[in-house]
Design a protein around this ligand. Structure first.
Ligand code: AMP
Length: 132
């Protein structure tokens, strides 16, 4: 079971931003920008392009809703989208509220926020998502 499956199952804590029966979104613990969020299918597949077509499409539609909620909470120019998957073998989409191109640089030093800041942010995104 991947770490992200355990997160989606509630066995490992996360800063939950959104969920439904098939998908789950939570804050990245090593964010490249404030509001950096990961969106995953609950179903465990390593490589995103190994997902069946419907799951891949529905994952993106779910991520779109998360991005709308995120942009309401975190002022930004746009929400950037990236797929890397080099570290965790469970398909996921990175959503990054961007001010500049540099906000999408995954090689730079990661940002740090307190647990209270992370929880407050996640709660706001969760509320915004539920209100859509
Ligand atoms: P990658 O697989 O290359 O797309 O990177 C995995 C991402 O997951 C990185 O940005 C990590 O900071 C993030 N990550 C790893 N473990 C956790 C966790 N327990 N909670 C939240 N984010 C995580």
């Amino acid at each position: 079971m991947s770490i992200f499956s355990k997160i989606a199952a509630g066995e490992i804590p996360s800063y939950k931003c959104a969920e439904d029966e098939r998908f789950y979104a939570f804050l990245d613990i090593n964010p490249v920008a404030y509001g950096h969020t990961l969106v995953i299918p609950r179903e465990e597949t390593d490589y995103i392009f190994d997902l069946d077509d419907k799951t891949l499409a529905d994952l993106h539609v779910f991520a779109k809703k998360v991005a709308v909620a995120l942009k309401q909470v975190v002022p930004c120019t746009k929400v950037g989208v990236a797929v890397l998957g080099l570290e965790v073998p469970h398909a996921h989409i990175h959503l990054v509220p961007m001010q500049t191109e540099g906000d999408m640089d995954f090689r730079k030093a990661k940002l740090q926020f307190s647990a209270e800041e992370m929880q407050a942010l996640a709660d706001k995104v969760y509320a915004a998502f539920k209100a859509l």
